[in-house]
Design a protein around this ligand. Structure first.
Ligand code: PMP
Length: 464
């Protein structure tokens, strides 16, 4: 199609239904039409540049159009496009696993492919459930999840989701879970005057949230098959960074009560939190790990659910015993996706972006605090690796949020698009989810532009 902005917008408005979007918001507003990308920036159809400050929904790892990732796809297109993965295998899937194992603890040795974060979670849930069923513990059918936790939008993932804004409506469709309080330090009742120049890795409390989790385990462990959690960062729940000690405590409790652990590293995996996987920061290993988004460098959809030999063995039996894992998707382990995942992992190994990026990450954190800490509308500042967030409040002392009808986050988003960057809000939390290739100069430009946008919208709001 020849690019014609007016035509594109006309057809889009008439026929396309966008995800997580109230389409009426676009009745008299145009979404940016993105036609090209390079590194940390998009180019719109009018030739305007726009910083991709959220790495295209937390997927993009090394910047857009990385030559090595592109080359890998091109080469794969001369060999094999697709083959079903039930009863066949191919060297491309095997190489992904061989390379990935170098980054994972050896206990995580069995790999199940699928094609997005939500399905990686669905697989994990069914696996955990069936693990107990196959071994005769038929009462263990329930899951524990966290408030503010998010694991995807399919019905199983929604059932273990803890963000009411997204999930409340669908409750009649979901299965029942136990929900434990989130380690949300800023809004923790135990921690009222905690300062936001947070050193997230230092425990500053007695972890009342873990006590609540233990209460659930203690009373119901014989009915619980697993607990699911996002390590170190509750991403969609508001970019809530929490201490590594909490994760260690959670694992310890789960082991004590023989509950399986599922770590969802769909968002945090592949370097985003400053280490290859966020769980490394707590030195713990789950029974099941979910990976997606950054697995292919954020270029093509692919996911993995990784587990231990112990879990795998519970399914390994004569066919007629009925222990088979009945799950699979058409595009399981697609060779083109595998080829770019291989190139992504090779990049991590050869170019060591996490070691090279240490100074940039420190700069990012320091500038976040310097620029935002004395703004009256900033209640909390959170950061970890390439992720940063500010939680905006109407009253810093009482932590009272802005009235929802003011749509502060949404207005900031709309203004940011006009000013050359993407500040996608989570409620009134404004965040940055940067790719590993970002430079200090880019960080500086992104943060100063962000501050100007936020300041403009909040000032306008107070005036009005
Ligand atoms: N888990 C986590 C932690 C996520 O952040 C997301 C997506 N934001 C998902 C699962 C779902 O992934 P997908 O959008 O690929 O289905």
């Amino acid at each position: 199609m020849k690019w014609d902005k007016r035509k594109i917008l006309e057809i889009d408005r008439k026929h396309i239904w966008h995800p997580f979007t109230q389409m009426k918001d676009y009745e008299d507003r145009d979404p940016p039409v993105i036609v090209e990308a390079q590194g940390v920036k998009f180019r719109t159809i009018e030739g305007r540049e726009l910083y991709d400050t959220i790495s295209s929904w937390w997927t993009n790892v090394h910047g857009h159009l990385h030559p090595l990732l592109n080359e890998a796809i091109r080469e794969q297109l001369t060999r094999l496009d697709h083959v079903n993965f039930s009863g066949f295998t191919h060297p491309y899937a095997v190489e992904v696993i061989e390379r990935l194992r170098r980054f994972l603890p050896p206990e995580l040795s069995r790999f199940f492919f699928s094609d997005n974060g939500s399905t990686a979670v669905e697989v994990a849930l069914k696996m955990a459930f069936q693990f107990w069923q196959n071994r005769g513990f038929t009462r263990r059918t329930r899951f524990v999840c966290l408030e503010n936790g998010y694991h995807g939008d399919t019905i199983g993932a929604v059932s273990v989701g803890g963000v009411d804004l997204f999930f409340k409506l669908y409750k009649p469709l979901t299965f029942k879970t136990f929900r434990a309080p989130a380690p949300y330090c800023y809004r923790c009742p135990e921690n009222l005057d905690r300062n936001f120049t947070l050193e997230a890795s230092k425990p500053s409390c007695n972890f009342r949230c873990l006590e609540e989790l233990e209460k659930i385990f203690k009373e119901y462990h014989e009915e619980i098959c697993a607990v699911i959690v996002e390590p170190r960062l509750l991403a969609a729940g508001g970019m809530i960074v929490y201490p590594a000690e909490y994760l260690r405590g959670l694992i310890e409790l789960a082991r004590r009560y023989e509950v399986l652990t599922i770590f969802d590293e769909v968002a945090t995996g592949f370097g985003r939190t400053g280490t290859m996987f966020a769980m490394e920061q707590a030195g713990v290993v789950p029974d099941i790990l979910c990976l997606a988004k950054g697995l292919t460098g954020g270029v093509l959809p692919m996911a993995l659910t990784v587990t231990t030999e112990r879990i795998f063995q519970a399914f390994y039996a004569d066919y007629l015993e009925g222990k088979t894992f009945y799950h699979g998707h058409s595009f399981t382990a697609n060779p083109i996706c595998c080829s770019v995942a291989i190139a992504n992992l090779k990049l991590f190994e050869d170019e060591k972006p996490l070691e090279k990026g240490r100074e940039v990450r420190n700069y990012f954190h320091r500038r976040l605090v310097e620029l935002f800490s004395d703004r009256p509308y900033v209640g909390d500042i959170r950061y970890l690796g390439y992720v940063g967030a500010v939680e905006l409040v109407a009253d810093r002392k009482t932590k009272k949020p802005f009235p929802p009808e003011k749509r502060v986050g949404f207005r900031i988003y709309m203004t940011s698009l006009e000013r050359g960057l993407v500040l996608r809000p989570l409620g009134d939390v404004i965040y940055w989810f940067l790719p590993l290739c970002v430079t200090k100069e880019e960080v500086e430009e992104i943060l100063t532009q962000s501050l100007a946008v936020i300041e403009e919208v909040v000032t306008d709001l107070s005036a009005g």
